[in-house]
Design a protein around this ligand. Structure first.
Ligand SMILES: *Cc1c(COP(=O)(O)O)cnc(C)c1O
Length: 436
């Protein structure tokens, strides 16, 4: 850009020195820019016409793109779309499939934000939800109607650590041309890659294990690139019909990648939850240590869960890694590298015992969040699950004495010592007199 000494002060303050230095950075550069220059008219026309290159950061950004490529590879998917939060990822995935008059079948054990999205927001847009018991394959099958556009569940649920039988539920959907969308936040691609078991779309809150250090929010939608227009076209008219101007449909243009491209070109950029390139960079940095963190977190969580299970103050521990968990066998089948780091513990002393523990821990932090390098604790009944009825909470394994732990990478002895000092002074009631 010409900003020589002959140009004015105001011109130089925006143009001088702006030329990009050519270098080959080893770390992914942060392209913190709203848009990208076009070298000529043909380049800009090709960008708008065929989507080549980069034009504006809401539709594509090199830093964001690098993280998308990394996540698509780790998930074994065809392509990934990074968005600004996990909630945005769930919203974009569902809006890419369902519209007014449509229907989705959803596991009843899901993240409260997603439950609210379905019950309040998508309901108001005319998308109806049927909730089913995650384990009940007949219920999944029976809930499907001609308007069903997606099955949705979490791989490992909060609070009871139920494991989704991904292959079984995916097969029920596939038999009728309906994709299984899974929220794999708790398992990460290191522990489980749902696409390998038949899921069509995977979403994550990247704010959790992927970023890993609790600094930024982000979300991702990974598509498997296996859209089958012959089997599913009757449910997804927007993917198989000619476009608004009479041009080729997504399926004609992109074949098996139609759904992923629709998410990337139409839904994510129009609803607009674009990730900041800076946040994308931090998520990309986090992913570089994902396997090390999740391996250590899973080891620590298993040790903490086993220790807690032996304590007299503890009524039950719902951790998929324990033999006592009803889904342990299913967990072993799907989670061969570890069982994750998030689980619940129910104390015999009820609410007062839970209050005492969350207020007494010193190494473990009392806050809402999970998947952090730091260990965290929260009381679900009064926080994440407060909007549910007592019966719904009990079905989810949430009682007045239940606390949720997200175990971090600290030294295990320090975590056990912290829990020990919090538990020794806890009000203990006998099992017979416990008020849950
Ligand atoms: C946190 C979380 C979300 C929402 O993600 P945000 O990044 O907080 O918007 C969705 N699903 C699950 C399972 C989560 O834990």
């Amino acid at each position: 850009m010409a900003a020589g000494a002959d140009t004015g002060f105001s011109t130089r303050q925006v143009h001088a020195g702006a030329a990009t230095a050519q270098a080959s950075p080893r770390a992914t550069p942060i392209y913190l820019t709203a848009g990208f220059t076009f070298s000529d008219l043909d380049e800009s026309a090709a960008h708008f016409g065929e989507g080549t290159g980069f034009g504006y950061s809401r539709t594509g950004n090199p830093t964001v793109h690098a993280v998308e490529e990394r996540l698509a590879s780790l998930e074994g998917g065809d392509q990934a779309v990074l968005v600004s939060s996990g909630q945005a990822a769930v919203t974009v995935a569902l809006l890419a499939l369902a519209g007014a008059g449509d229907h989705v079948v959803v596991s009843e054990h899901i993240y409260e934000g997603t439950r609210g999205l379905l019950l309040d927001n998508l309901a108001r847009l005319g998308v109806e939800t049927t909730f089913v018991d995650t384990d009940d394959l007949d219920a999944w099958r029976a809930a499907i109607t001609p308007r069903t556009r997606a099955l949705f569940a979490e791989t490992l649920s909060n609070a009871r650590n139920d494991v989704l039988d991904v292959a079984a539920v995916a097969a029920i959907g596939a038999a009728q041309g309906i994709p299984l969308v899974v929220d794999s936040t708790f398992t990460t691609p290191y522990l489980l890659r749902p696409i390998e078991h038949g899921a069509a779309v995977v979403v994550h809150s990247a704010s959790k294990f992927l970023a890993g250090q609790g600094a930024v929010l982000g979300g991702v939608i990974v598509d498997d690139g296996r859209f089958d227009a012959a089997a599913s076209g009757h449910r997804f008219a927007h993917l198989v019909q000619t476009d608004r101007l009479g041009g080729a449909s997504y399926a004609e243009k992109y074949g098996a990648r139609a759904r992923g491209q629709y998410i990337r070109e139409s839904v994510a950029p129009r609803f607009g939850p674009s990730p900041s390139p800076l946040n994308a960079f931090l998520i990309g940095q986090g992913i570089e240590t994902l396997s090390l963190r999740v391996e250590r977190q899973s080891q620590n969580a298993l040790a903490v869960a086993r220790w807690l299970e032996q304590r007299p103050e503890v009524e039950r521990v719902d951790y998929i890694g324990l033999d006592s968990h009803p889904h342990h066998g299913l967990g072993e089948r799907y989670l061969t590298r570890g069982f994750g780091s998030v689980f619940t513990v129910t104390l015999r002393g009820g609410l007062e015992a839970a209050r005492h523990v969350v207020q007494s821990v010193e190494v473990i932090t009392h806050m809402t969040h999970l998947g952090d390098v730091r260990s965290l604790v929260l009381h679900p009944q009064s926080t994440s699950h407060a909007a549910r009825t007592v019966a719904e909470r009990e079905r989810a394994g949430v009682f007045p004495g239940t606390i949720r732990l997200s175990i971090g990478i600290e030294d295990i002895d320090d975590l056990l010592a912290d829990l020990e000092q919090a538990l020794v002074r806890v009000p203990v009631l006998e099992r017979e007199t416990v008020v849950l």
